[in-house]
Design a protein around this ligand. Structure first.
Ligand SMILES: Nc1ncnc2c1ncn2[C@@H]1O[C@H](COP(=O)(O)OP(=O)(O)O)[C@@H](O)[C@H]1O
Ligand SMILES: [Mg+2]
Length: 351
């Protein structure tokens, strides 16, 4: 007798600037999931944060994608045991309210298994200030930075300039997709970039700009994470900004990247250590700089729910390493179920 299918609730959309890319990620996952083993159920969160039902969620996806979906009613509750209609959630959500631990917290309260990092890893991966401090605490190479609250930008401007110099990159601490980021060359530019980043987050980080290759590495696993072959992002102007990422599509994604065996080893080793330093689970894409002048390898950031369409960098690096896109989805679901199983074995009593 064939076993029952595992019902996978694919969460997508969300209250984030990365709403659209999340729809693409979910559509790819649903289209590629092995329908012999899994039943995908689409569930969208709209831009205002409202959760839709499966039929209205399916209406946001390409019709051919949802043909194989289950659209039966589901309940998602913060009360343990009261969520119904699915076996595991797959938050294909990017950015705030999806990748930053908030959805993960809701799912934890309801004792629901889910794919990817937990509350702590998700939150640390979203906050560039905390993430970089954890890298440093673990002895991992990353650029120096200053964090500043947006109310303090005028009073701390001279100090930031002295500590970081120019060119500098000014970024909202908690965001993605290069939104709110500016490269600045002088004092006047610094103040307006700080004020601009402050429109997107209360906390801002400033770090030195480097002339560097942008190398990425995918991680898969829980306690014993494995690293893919690294890939490279080649941008026309050396800044992988929002426009290059989504509007002009002018970046070239190369996988595997052209690196020496030593460089590949060191990227893979550092990617695993970065994943562990911020407490990730399931998957992550770890992004690096290799400074052109010195060949120094520096950690830029960890993305706990990287772009997940079949042509995104995360699956492409795994494809180059011998793991297909459908297989990746299967592994992630298994890792999410395993993590939930092990979390349940922890004692909550003490007598
Ligand atoms: N310190 C830096 N030096 C040079 N380029 C940078 C620096 N920081 C960011 N960038 C450029 O900006 C892009 C986006 O910055 P990143 O920190 O990765 O933010 P996001 O989370 O939005 O992707 C990078 O991919 C890179 O092209
Ligand atoms: Mg980035």
């Amino acid at each position: 007798m064939p076993g029952k299918k595992t019902r996978v609730l694919v969460l997508f959309g969300g209250r984030s600037g990365e709403h659209e890319i999340s729809i693409l990620s979910a559509a790819s996952i649903i289209a590629a999931i092995d329908s012999e083993r899994f039943a995908a159920i689409p569930l969208a969160i709209n831009r205002d944060g409202r959760w839709l039902d499966p039929p209205s969620s399916a209406a946001l996806l390409p019709p051919e994608t949802v043909k194989s979906c289950s659209l039966e009613a589901v309940d998602i509750s913060h009360q343990p045991g009261l969520s119904r209609g699915f076996d595991i959630a797959f938050p294909a959500l990017h950015g705030p309210y999806g990748e930053d631990g908030k959805v993960q917290g809701l799912l934890e309260m309801g004792d629901v298994p889910y794919v990817g990092s937990g509350v702590l890893g998700s939150a640390c991966g979203m906050d560039k200030d905390v993430m970089k401090r954890l890298f440093r605490e673990s002895g991992l190479p990353t650029l120096p930075h200053v964090a500043v609250w947006r109310g303090q930008v005028r009073e701390r401007r001279a100090e930031i300039e002295r500590r970081i110099g120019f060119p500098a990159f000014v970024k909202p601490a908690n965001l993605g997709s290069s939104v709110g980021i500016r490269k600045v060359k002088d004092s006047a530019g610094l103040l307006s970039a700080l004020e601009y980043a402050g429109e997107f987050d209360r906390k801002i980080i400033v770090e030195p700009g480097v002339d560097a290759r942008e190398i990425e590495c995918s991680i898969l696993g829980n306690e014993e994470p494995e690293a893919s072959l690294p890939g490279e992002i080649v941008t026309p102007c050396g800044f992988y900004d929002y426009e290059t990422k989504y509007l002009t599509d002018s970046a070239e994604l190369v996988a595997p990247a052209e690196l020496t065996p030593d460089q590949t080893d060191s990227i893979q080793r550092l990617a695993v250590l970065a994943f562990q330093a911020i407490g990730c689970a399931g998957l992550a894409r770890v992004d690096f700089f290799i400074e052109r002048a010195t060949e120094r390898v520096l950690l830029n950031e960890v993305n706990t729910m990287p772009g997940f369409t079949s042509i995104s960098m995360f699956p492409r690096m795994w494809a180059a390493s011998g793991i297909s896109y459908p297989n990746l989805i299967e592994r992630l679901i298994e890792l999410g179920l395993a993590r939930h199983f092990h979390a349940r074995s922890v004692r909550h009593d003490y007598e």
